[in-house]
Design a binder for this molecule. Structure first.
Ligand SMILES: Nc1nc2c(ncn2[C@@H]2O[C@H](COP(=O)(O)OP(=O)(O)OP(=O)(O)O)[C@@H](O)[C@H]2O)c(=O)[nH]1
Length: 197
């Protein structure tokens, strides 16, 4: 019997920082220079083996444009983790990240795991946000931080790995739901839903 652990994750951050590109790199190992801005939100999943379990990431990629801001609570509510993304070449996007953290602390699930991604680290020659600033800030709010490049596939796996460990720490005593049969699979799987309490 294989256990499937479902991890609901949402991505937040300014428009153009590379949220969709990070998800696309993680799920499809693909990068598109001409990717369009997200409208509303988009949903993708990726299942990865982990020991004798399967971990299924349920990923909500939100739209960063201001006009979609009010939709975000629908996606961060019930999330076990939030990946908050900024662009290392845009100081403004780091400021927006701090606003998202504030919103999550005020209105998000109490124990949500926060991971900060400083994306576009392939452009470090035009960097505006020093890694030191991001590290200090992340430490002050108890978040994980990593610089990523969706373009060059740097630290994308590590980012999602970090989330998994952050969640595992919080949810060590697990409650399980009844066993279910997954269509297309011969063996029985146990689905464990991991949600913020
Ligand atoms: N150089 C570089 N460009 C990137 C990287 N990630 C994304 N981009 C580019 O940045 C632009 C915006 O990327 P998106 O993934 O659409 O950004 P987003 O945060 O999802 O934007 P919204 O959907 O509007 O919220 C695109 O032109 C991408 O090709 C990266 O790691 N390096």
């Amino acid at each position: 019997m294989m256990a499937i652990r479902e991890l609901k994750v949402c991505l937040l951050g300014d428009t153009g920082v590379g949220k969709s590109s990070i998800v696309c790199r993680f799920v499809q190992d693909h990068f598109d220079h001409n990717i369009s801005p997200t409208i509303g939100a988009s949903f993708m999943t990726k299942t990865v083996p982990c020991g004798n379990e399967l971990h299924k990431f349920l990923i909500w990629d939100t739209a960063g444009q201001e006009r979609f801001h009010s939709l975000a609570p629908m996606y961060y509510r019930g999330s076990a983790a939030a990946v908050i993304v900024y662009d290392i070449t845009k100081q403004d996007s780091f400021h927006t990240l701090k606003k998202w953290v504030k919103e999550l602390k005020e209105h998000g699930p109490e124990n949500i795991v926060m991971a900060i991604a400083g994306n576009k680290c392939d452009l470090s020659d035009i960097r505006e946000v020093p890694l030191k600033d991001a590290k200090e800030y992340a430490e002050s709010i108890g978040a994980v931080v990593v610089e990523t490049s969706a373009k060059n596939a740097i630290n994308i796996e590590e980012l999602f790995q970090g989330i998994k460990w952050g969640i595992a720490d919080l949810y060590a005593p697990q409650s399980s739901v009844p066993e279910t049969n997954v269509p297309g699979r011969k063996d029985t799987v146990k689905v464990v839903r991991v949600k913020a309490l």
